[in-house]
Design a protein around this ligand. Structure first.
Ligand code: PHE
Length: 346
């Protein structure tokens, strides 16, 4: 049978040639000739296709054995001859083959959005502050004017930890507002900070809720900081992040740690504020994006700031929500499912 005959002759020829190779360069040429990507053994493998089915496996095995034998011979011979001093001439690799595509990673859309948002405030002179995700109950609630029996504790129910140090109860912070307390306790006004980070709530996951998400807190305190400053900063930020045509409005609201308090809406990015027939803003023309207000004097008292001397504003926004509005994402759970089809779009 033809293939077996050819195999025998290749074997004989190869062994003689390898045996008599006098220097490393000749050996390298032989290696390419027999074992290279376009070598004679490759030819034999290609011929396998035309071998009758019942003999195919035997033939495949014989070629493999020959390949192994030649590899051993070449390796053995290399030990005596060494490797060539200069690269052998002749084609060593096929430059027409497609290159290996390397996939380059990129930031997660939440991290990217958090960075984009933070940079806007950093350009306005805000410093970045950070606080721990495991917070004590005092900073997370009491210092923010939310005593133990306050109904707002229900709205922000979170995860409590077993007592880890002395008498203070600890919990996973349900907002970034405790960073306000931490910063004010160790800094004298005037100050301007933002605090990006993870927060936790005992929410059941659905398209709009997830037990872990990210917020950015903002705080500015000084001798004559007013609501007009708050409005100016937020207006600039909204136009920068969502586009210059975006409109903004304040709606009265309630937070224990700000007085007065407001929620901020922007004109719906889908229907441009028209409302009619829009399923995203449910015909409202507006989308809620953050909570804010003037720092409550009680909060200043807790951190030993004189409420007669200092005023300030604070705001808190959800990073996922910003990303969802800007990039038209309809389910918050997509951020943590780690499907590349989703992540690769950013
Ligand atoms: N901490 C509030 C929340 O998580 C947001 C907020 C921050 C409101 C600062 C007012 C001032 O909903």
């Amino acid at each position: 049978m033809e293939l077996f005959e050819e195999l025998e002759s290749v074997k004989k020829q190869a062994l003689t040639e390898i045996d008599s190779a006098g220097d490393a360069e000749v050996l390298q040429q032989l290696e390419i000739k027999y074992l290279g990507r376009k070598g004679l053994l490759r030819d034999l493998f290609t011929q396998l296709g035309s071998v009758p089915a019942e003999k195919k496996s035997a033939a495949g095995q014989s070629i493999n054995q020959l390949k192994q034998l030649l590899e051993e011979k070449v390796t053995g011979k290399k030990e005596t001859l060494g490797t060539p001093v200069k690269a052998a001439t002749g084609e060593q690799f096929d430059t027409s083959l497609p290159g290996e595509k390397k996939t380059v990673g990129h930031f997660h859309p939440v991290y990217q959005t958090m960075t984009d948002l933070s940079n806007i405030f950093v350009r306005l002179g805000f410093d970045i502050a950070r606080g721990p995700e495991i917070e004590n109950e005092f900073n997370n609630f009491d210092a923010l004017n939310i005593p133990a029996d306050h109904p707002a504790r229900d709205a922000w129910d979170t995860f409590y930890l077993h007592n880890i140090s002395g008498s203070q109860r600890h919990l996973l912070r349900c907002h970034t507002s405790p960073v306000q307390i931490r910063v004010m306790k160790k800094t004298k006004p005037p100050l301007r900070i933002i605090a990006p980070g993870k927060v936790f709530r005992s929410d059941t996951p659905d398209p709009g809720h997830f037990p872990m998400f990210h917020q950015i807190e903002g705080l500015m305190v000084g001798e004559d900081v007013s609501f007009a400053h708050l409005k100016g900063v937020l207006n600039l930020f909204i136009k920068e992040f969502f586009g210059p045509e975006t409109k903004m409005r304040f709606r009265p609201s309630f937070f224990s740690f700000t007085e007065p308090s407001a929620e901020v809406d922007i004109s719906c990015v889908i229907c441009n504020g028209k409302g009619t027939g829009c399923s995203v803003c449910r015909g409202e023309g507006w989308m809620e994006i953050l909570g804010c207000g003037m720092v409550d004097p009680n909060v200043f008292k807790t951190v030993n700031y004189d409420p007669e001397k200092y005023t300030g504003f604070a705001f808190g926004l959800g990073v996922e929500r910003m990303a969802m509005i800007k990039y038209r994402i309809n389910d918050i759970r997509l951020f943590t499912e780690n499907h590349l089809k989703f992540l690769n779009q950013f």
